[in-house]
Design a protein around this ligand. Structure first.
Ligand code: JFZ
Length: 609
């Protein structure tokens, strides 16, 4: 792992980050990793398995489709108001002769996943192991008795994967005092809830943590903070202490109901369902995700994400120091839906070629959106630093520009190329231009390795060239803002783009490295509802100023035939700028709205021609 001095460096960085909310630096390494979680951040990619009694319903009960739009098939018991005993008639659909958890593990392995997490007990309260605590378990309803957790544990051991167990601690629809959202109307006493806790949760967790060998993680599922639930912090601590006592190496996720911030002993943060990362975090985290929508098998599922989409989610997370837990929802005969299996295998093939860019890799110091062509992951190995450029859309001109690294790479090659044939590049100051092969090497995402003899410093406050031949100066990549600085996010499904409402004299600054003399076109996009000719904008670059009064942009019909009229953002030419020589250039925009008027500023575009 890292040396002490590097750790201090990142501790310092973290503190700096907290103090400077607008800082542009971020750390590439994960400094706040509990020792236990090292295997987890190395692994990066795991399989979630939602399988249980609900799998027999396939999203339909007595001819009626699952109620409620979110269509989580594993919620059918609750949504369609099924009686506890009648629910178990769904077990008649199960074909125990074909159900074989080892096949899921084999699939995970082929898919390049390093761990699996099975719903040992979901909200329906039904245990997938032979539980002495409750008869509401799989052993009670199978002859000979089955124990799915045992079978999975054996298979994981055999195939070298870590096993995690999902356990719904908060919600349990089967136990009279377990949490059921109906209790928001018909409440129970905390003492009653504690009865459920002490007679079901604690002893069942004891069973899972004692009888099945090493458990890689317990995946809890309370997606609200405990203060808003019936569960007390004491109960959660009792549960966590039990895990620490019985299996000190077992990871615990934040859906225990305690955030990583509140209790740093929680090993990793779980994002919302199908929520992917948006910024680099210093501690381990994971997105749980589905291939379509439902977690449990749903017969009417049809919005399958493509392999590339799923792979990009994995890459995105790794580039931000996160993991991906991708779900399969097998059927009542154990089969994994074709649509899921196909995508998993395709990504598995990709990982065989490109796994180096994922396993043991993490984020890099450059900002997430520095380049519009890719995400970057990185890794330090024996003093050498490799950064991996993930390129889904091969540039038509076969040229790729990496901006922000002063050091010259020692070598560049395609990760999938076992011969490591060098890719030619030109390095100038902070821009490395790669001359790529004509053919896109990978149908999903192609990975280029850029190697440095030591960890390179980065310059983050630079605008990188966009794939559309120019530089987009936005609110995200500017180095300084004074006056109006609050970003207003996109509204009305993005018809109103993100912008700053400028209601006072304001200034924005960007820095660009331009590689050769050229003439640039300059445009600005804004919305302004006042009189034309009033107020002004001024762009200053290389001692030249381009001054212009504001133009009324009027309104726009965002969606025809409905009341969807919005203020229009239009592009206005600011003129042409001659760049005399290669070098760094500052661009400073000053906006002065007329009194009591606002200008909604969006971007400045510097076009190469
Ligand atoms: C929960 C479960 O209810 C669901 O059945 C599934 O197991 C999933 C992985 O987790 O669902 C959630 C949890 C969190 C959010 C939404 C649904 N959330 O944070 O928005």
């Amino acid at each position: 792992m890292k040396s002490l001095s590097t750790s201090f460096k990142y501790l310092f960085l973290t503190i700096t980050l907290c103090l400077l909310p607008f800082a542009f630096m971020s750390s590439q390494a994960q400094s706040q990793v509990n020792h236990r979680a090292e295997w987890f951040i190395d692994a990066r990619y795991g399989m979630f398995i939602h399988w249980g009694v609900y799998s027999g319903a396939e999203g339909v009960w007595k001819g009626e489709k699952l109620r409620y739009d979110n269509d989580y098939a594993e919620w059918i018991y609750y949504r369609n108001r099924i009686e506890k005993d009648e629910y178990l008639t769904l077990l008649d659909k199960f074909d125990w002769s074909t159900i074989n958890p080892e096949e899921w593990v084999i699939l995970a392995k082929k898919a390049g996943m390093k761990y699996v997490t099975l719903t040992a007990k979901h909200h329906d309260g039904f245990a997938l192991w032979d539980s002495q605590v409750s008869d509401y378990d799989v052993a009670e309803y199978t002859h000979p008795k089955r124990d799915i957790v045992r079978e999975l544990a054996d298979a994981c051991k055999k195939h070298g994967l870590k096993m995690g167990l999902y356990y719904s601690h908060w919600v349990d629809w089967e136990h009279p005092f377990g949490w059921d959202h109906l209790k928001e109307i018909y409440p129970i006493e905390p003492e009653q809830y504690d009865q459920y806790w002490q007679e079901k949760v604690i002893p069942q967790m004891q069973e899972l943590l004692t009888n099945y060998g090493d458990i890689g993680m317990i995946w809890f599922d309370m997606w609200i903070h405990h203060s808003r639930s019936i569960v007390s912090k004491e109960q959660l601590m009792q549960l966590k202490d039990l895990i620490r006592e019985l299996q000190p190496d077992c990871l615990v996720n934040s859906r225990l109901g305690l955030s990583v911030e509140e209790d740093p002993d929680v090993d990793f943060r779980t994002l919302g369902d199908n929520r992917f990362g948006s910024r680099k975090l210093d501690y381990p985290w994971q997105s749980p995700a589905t291939v379509a929508h439902s977690w449990g098998y749903h017969a009417f599922e049809n919005q399958w994400k493509s392999s590339t989409t799923l792979l990009k989610s994995l890459i995105n997370n790794v580039s931000l120091n996160g993991n991906l837990l991708l779900n399969i929802g097998p059927r009542a005969n154990g089969d994994v839906p074709f649509e899921i299996e196909q995508r998993l295998l395709q990504i598995g093939e990709w990982l065989k070629r490109n796994g180096d860019a994922i396993y043991g890799a993490g984020g890099f110091d450059l900002d997430k959106n520095q380049h519009d062509w890719c995400q970057i992951t990185s890794k330090e190995e024996g003093g050498v630093c490799k950064i991996y450029l993930h390129v889904p859309n091969w540039p038509l001109d076969h040229e790729l520009k990496l901006t922000g690294i002063q050091a010259k790479p020692s070598k560049v090659w395609l990760l999938a190329d076992s011969l490591k044939s060098p890719i030619e590049f030109v390095h100038q100051e902070v821009v490395t231009t790669l001359n790529l092969p004509d053919q896109q090497p990978d149908p999903l995402v192609s990975v280029i390795v850029v190697e440095y003899s030591e960890y390179p410093d980065v310059v983050n406050a630079l605008v990188a060239e966009s794939m559309s031949d120019g530089y987009s100066l936005t609110l995200n990549n500017c180095t300084e803002k004074t006056g109006s600085t609050d970003m207003i996010p996109a509204q009305r499904f993005g018809s109103v783009p993100p912008h700053i409402s400028v209601n006072q004299k304001s200034k924005y600054r960007w820095r660009v490295y331009i590689e050769k003399p050229m003439v640039m076109t300059m445009d600005i996009s804004y919305s302004y509802q006042g009189e034309s000719g009033e107020g002004r904008i001024k762009l200053t670059a290389h001692d030249e100023s381009f001054l212009q009064s504001l133009t009324h942009t009027g309104r726009f019909v965002g969606e025809p035939n409905v009341d969807w009229q919005i203020e229009s953002f239009n592009s206005h030419s600011l003129g042409k700028l001659a760049i005399p020589a290669a070098g760094y250039y500052n661009f400073e925009l000053e906006i002065k709205p007329p009194k009591d008027q606002t200008v909604d500023f969006q971007w400045v575009w510097l076009g190469r021609n």
